[in-house]
Design a protein around this ligand. Structure first.
Ligand code: ADE
Length: 252
């Protein structure tokens, strides 16, 4: 998957792209990220990328000329791939949106800054707008990295385990079950016995029940959309009767 990222702060991206799974994906040729500094496409002596808003008011606005010049120089006019503006006004990023975007082999990400971007960028250059949550950051760089990270996980071969993304919280429609690793006992807290049993059917049922219980307790909105089977319904009935049931399905 290829990204062209247009930003005023390309240096922000490098440490993260040079770490862990993203770094490996770049090295294996599964991920390509080109960083473009919007400031390089200014034509004035001071390399100005922002200006005061028409109509007055606080804050500065990203000027259209360098943004159009940067995107068109790299991607042509019209741009050869979708151009996504990271903005708190965009559609909310969910795993479903990540899956939808993962069908695109090439995306351009435009990182807003200051109060926002000149509206003509929105209207005539950008094809999609994404927000990573209902809060406001100082710029679109972290949201762009969030998007690159979430999309890279779905590139075949990018995760060590080929099925790694299947059980993710949100991918399956349920929150993930709890994980444990060695030691079997730590400070007197034992790993649930069923996980040590070697009984894979029992382990799978326990995990499913834990995922159901977690989702029921923390995200009932997700559970309402999830397609339950009969065993799930039976288990949830015992939970509804006693949501604080300590096991939440600890037995198989
Ligand atoms: N820029 C500033 N805040 C943002 C957010 N929540 N999502 C995407 N881009 C942003």
């Amino acid at each position: 998957m290829q990204f062209d990222i247009f930003t005023l702060f390309p240096e922000v991206f490098k440490p993260y792209l040079e770490t862990s799974i993203l770094h490996r994906a770049v090295q294996n040729g599964l991920l390509r990220v080109e960083l473009h500094n919007i400031r390089d496409w200014t034509s004035d002596r001071h390399h100005i990328t922002d200006d005061a808003p028409y109509g007055g008011g606080g804050g500065m606005v990203m000027k259209p000329e360098p943004v159009f010049a940067a995107v068109e120089a790299v991607l042509g006019a019209p741009p050869a791939c979708p151009v996504i503006l990271l903005t708190p006004q965009g559609r909310l990023l969910t795993q479903q949106v990540v899956q939808e975007l993962s069908l695109q082999p090439h995306l351009a990400l435009l990182c807003g800054h200051y109060e926002g971007v000149d509206e003509r960028i929105r209207q005539h250059l950008v094809s999609d707008e994404i927000s990573i949550g209902d809060y406001v950051l100082t710029g679109g760089e972290l949201p762009a990295l969030v998007l690159v990270d979430a999309l890279t996980r779905l590139v075949p071969g990018a995760l060590g385990d080929p099925d790694g993304a299947l059980d993710d919280s949100h991918a399956s429609g349920l929150l993930e079950y709890p994980h444990y690793t060695r030691p079997a006992e730590f400070r007197g807290w034992r790993v649930p016995e069923v996980l040590l049993s070697g009984n894979h059917a029992a382990i799978n049922r326990w995990r499913r029940n834990q995922a159901l219980a977690r989702t029921f307790q923390r995200r009932p909105d997700m559970l309402a959309r999830f397609k339950l089977n009969q065993a799930d319904r039976d288990f949830l009935e015992t939970l509804s009767a006693d949501p604080n049931h300590p096991s939440a399905g600890e037995e198989a």
